[in-house]
Ligand binder design. Structure first.
Ligand code: X8Z
Ligand code: ZN
Length: 660
């Protein structure tokens, strides 16, 4: 999703530090009420974009609720202009990575930041005024609108922007050149498509992340897996020093807004205090932790059969390179190694997608068809004209999947390098969920054009994808043999648990690490140690070779250098089961929760549309209650969904010593 900057905070990847600094320093905006005119300021280049509040509100004037109303109305008009320019430039930059598109994207991002800094400062004068609920909520959301708040000093803002740009760029361009005679080169050499990338030298070219990710998903060659993992984690040490400075400068910005640090700002977006939110995340995880540990125990035993006890020890954390995913965040790719019952039906549509010659467009059309089956609107024609579905061969693009509404009024798009796999079919539904959310709240004022919270936005498409049951896939011709009976159920739920349950500690720990970093609890000299302490304590995994403070492993996960908060995904993995259960109850589904599909049900569609239409206009517990009747987030729906698997798992591990 793009709108709340989940997939990039700073679109201008790759711009030189000096160039960004030059673009920013001239402005002088933000520090005072009326920034001195300057040649680089957005308001000078774009007539009409002067912050209206700056002209109309003097710091010492008496303020009134009417004035606040006018101020916010003007700010929303202007913000929308700044954000549309930023989205347009960001779209170009991530679809055509060149020096110039990066420069333009960085500039529009900087302009939006400067504007936001000025108006958040001005908005302080309305603090303490008695305002109606919607207006007060808008002022609150205005304060929370920047994921990375600009420091008060323009020179520092320039420096921060330059660092953030550089970090994202470093990740986006990273490549690894496999060792001359290594197992990885041998494995990748089997695919002729890799030949050009393999004609590399250390530090000069190499294979990109998608190639390494695919290798980790499909290969069982331990040596190749190990090198792919180590190779990718070798891209991030150069980020370490810059990251420490970004933390320092970001915290400066957070303090300008009255927050203790950036983590506190991020945790303030959930209609409760930051401390309450942290406790809330702990409470949620405590509900599902025993289940995760049971799954871990079972998977470890099966991996030990594959890779041997020397590698996968008893009571030891699982080596991170053996779980089918670069970050060990979801484990669906090792399903063939851990399948509970052989020959009990299919749970994966990949083979059929390939056999039936699905292409990128057909995959996307299939996703849309699910949403329209619910009575939701078709995607606009411009979606099909403007989206990127296929990885271009002739230019650099950011392949990390994202969804957009460039104009905040139905200019919907996705940008995704679609592969014909079961996993990507799920991701298409995830991305379209963002698009449908954009569509249904498009008539809200711009500050309310967000999810009820960011976890809701991440959960929408995943909720739909929970209805991609084996029965649905069979109905549309993508599965031959249904997993039937108790054994089929266990197989299907195992596949789902490898994606959904395995993810939970990962979804939580990324921001736990960042919250502690921003709060100064984890100083720069302990970045990697703290990272692996969390990874081991929560996920029960270990790096395939010793790590040190020479490494910077958090930087090898997109959302860290790209400054995208991550706890939203953790929340989404709870919400989606709550949404699914509520919809299934509403449509009168009989039988276990995991067999329910809302496909074709207009009543379910209308319930979802009603929630989406609200945008962020209400506190999220109200949006949750409207859809589910529940007043708080909870693991109970997730646990209900997986109950049959859990019973089986417990029997399997009864004789084993679990834990790590
Ligand atoms: O980043 C994403 C989406 C874009 S919002 C593709 N996800 C997280 C990740 O890839 O780490 C979806 C699940 C978690
Ligand atoms: Zn998303």
């Amino acid at each position: 999703m793009r709108r709340a900057r989940p997939c990039s905070w700073f679109a201008g990847a790759g711009l030189g530090v000096a160039a960004v600094a030059a673009a920013l320093v001239g402005c002088g905006g933000g520090a005072g009420w009326r920034p001195a005119p300057c040649p680089n300021c957005a308001e000078q280049r774009y007539p009409g974009s002067v912050a209206p509040g700056e002209e109309q509100i003097e710091p010492d004037t008496e303020v009134s609720a009417e004035e606040a109303e006018r101020f916010v109305a003007n700010v929303e008009k202007e913000l929308r202009r700044f954000w549309i320019r930023r989205e347009r430039a960001g779209w170009l930059q991530t679809n055509f990575i060149t020096f110039d598109t990066e420069s333009l994207a960085a500039e529009t991002e900087k302009d939006a930041m400067d504007y936001l800094r000025r108006v958040t400062k001005q908005a302080r004068r309305f603090e303490g005024l008695k305002l109606d609920a919607a207006l007060a909520r808008k002022l609150k959301l205005l304060k929370l609108a920047a994921t990375l708040p600009p420091p008060g000093d323009p020179a520092k803002t320039a420096e921060l922007a330059a660092i953030a740009t550089w970090l994202q760029s470093a990740y986006g361009k990273a490549k690894y050149c496999p060792k001359p005679d290594g197992a990885l080169r041998r494995a990748l050499g089997k695919d002729k498509g890799n030949a050009e990338a393999l004609a590399c030298a250390p530090g000069k070219g190499g294979v990109s992340l998608d190639v390494l990710v695919k290798l980790l998903a499909t290969s069982r060659d331990e040596e190749a897996l190990r090198e792919a993992w180590i190779g990718w984690h070798g891209i991030s040490p150069p980020m370490r020093e810059k990251y420490a400075r970004y933390v320092e400068l970001g915290n400066d910005g957070a303090k300008q807004l009255g927050f203790g640090d950036v983590g506190e700002l991020w945790r303030s977006g959930y209609d409760m205090s930051p401390a309450q939110f942290r406790a809330e995340a702990d409470r949620l995880y405590a509900e599902v932790r025993p289940f995760y540990e049971e799954l871990h125990c079972y998977v470890r035993a099966r991996l030990r059969e594959q890779y041997g006890a020397k590698l996968v020890g008893e009571k030891a954390p699982i080596p991170a390179h053996l779980l089918g995913n670069m970050w060990s965040q979801s484990w669906g790719n090792v399903y063939p190694l851990v399948e509970p019952f052989k020959g009990q039906g299919d749970v994966d549509a990949t083979a059929s997608l390939v056999k039936q010659k699905y292409d990128e467009l057909k995959m996307a059309r299939l996703g849309e068809a699910f949403f329209t089956s619910l009575g939701l609107d078709p995607l606009p024609q411009t979606f099909w004209e403007r989206s990127l579905f296929k990885k271009p061969r002739d230019r650099e693009v950011v392949c990390h999947a994202s969804a957009w509404d460039v104009t905040y009024s139905d200019d919907l798009r996705i940008k995704m390098c679609i592969e014909m796999t079961d996993e990507d079919l799920g991701t298409i539904h995830h991305e379209l969920g963002h698009n449908y959310y954009f569509h249904y709240y498009r008539d809200q004022p711009v500050l309310f054009q967000q999810g009820a919270n960011d976890g809701f936005h991440e959960a929408l498409g995943d909720t739909i994808a929970l209805s991609i049951t084996p029965a649905y896939l069979k109905r549309i011709g993508l599965l031959d043999k249904l997993p039937e009976g108790d054994k089929g159920t266990v197989n299907f739920l195992m596949k789902m648990a490898l994606d959904k349950v395995a993810f939970l500690p990962f979804g939580k720990l990324i921001d736990e690490w960042r919250w502690d970093v921003f709060a100064g609890k984890t100083p720069a000299g302990q970045y990697n140690q703290a990272w692996w302490d969390l990874r081991t304590r929560l996920q029960g995994i270990a790096p395939p070779l010793a790590r040190s403070e020479q490494d910077f492993d958090p930087g090898a996960k997109y959302h860290v250098p790209a400054n995208v908060p991550y706890i939203r995904y953790f929340l989404a993995f709870f919400y989606q089961f709550q949404f699914h259960r509520a919809l299934c109850r509403a449509i009168g589904h009989q039988g276990p929760l995991h067999t329910c599909s809302i496909y074709g049900n207009k009543q379910a569609g209308e319930k979802l549309a009603a929630m989406m239409r609200l945008g962020a206009s209400q506190p999220w517990p109200e949006a949750l209650a409207a859809l589910t009747g529940e007043s708080q987030a909870s693991g109970s729906a997730l646990l209900e969904y997986f109950a049959p698997l859990r019973d089986w798992l417990r029997q399997q591990i009864a004789q084993q010593s679990c834990g790590w």
